[in-house]
Design a protein around this ligand. Sequence first.
Ligand SMILES: [Zn+2]
Length: 200
Amino acid sequence: MRTFEFKGGTLALNFVDTVAYRQGPCVDLLGEPADLATWASLAGYEIGGAPSVAALEGARTLREAIWRSLGAAMEGRGPEKGDAEIINAAARQTPFRPQFTDDGMTHTAEKPVDALLSGVAADAILRLQPEARARLRRCPGCQMYFFDTSPPGKRVWCSSAVGCGNQFKKKRHYARTSKTKNNTKAMETGHDRQAGLFRL
Ligand SMILES: [Zn+2]
């Protein structure tokens, strides 16, 4: 079973983040239809097992349209017309609706895949509005998108506790300590040279 990350903070951003390491080697975590069912279930929606290959393709098409639109938003632009049409079409489908159960609630839909993508598309439209763009972030480490809901709004990394922020801190620490070691080594070499000069 695939391991999915839910670091995006919203349904649409988590969905876009199902492609990991876009800067390379670019891993599509929705590699086969069953992966979409797994992701949906982890996101809180049951789509009734693996969908068709065509349904997965549709999901990927929507995902890439949102991804391109996020890139445009990061540069202060709206989505391209074709991408806006793809997202709008998905958002027009009937979404999941909550229903009471004996012990809580569930989400149901006549067309679960369409309903899932409708929710994703609707969330994307909200996050791509000019007033929401200021909270969009792209992690400098893994390139994953996330919505910064922290009160100061100054989050940089997809995750500060584990993941890229932590990796960055480790690298910075290593760079500092190895620099110190190199300096010490250079100083020692200098001393040796001086000692050699004295010996001469
Ligand atoms: Zn990251």
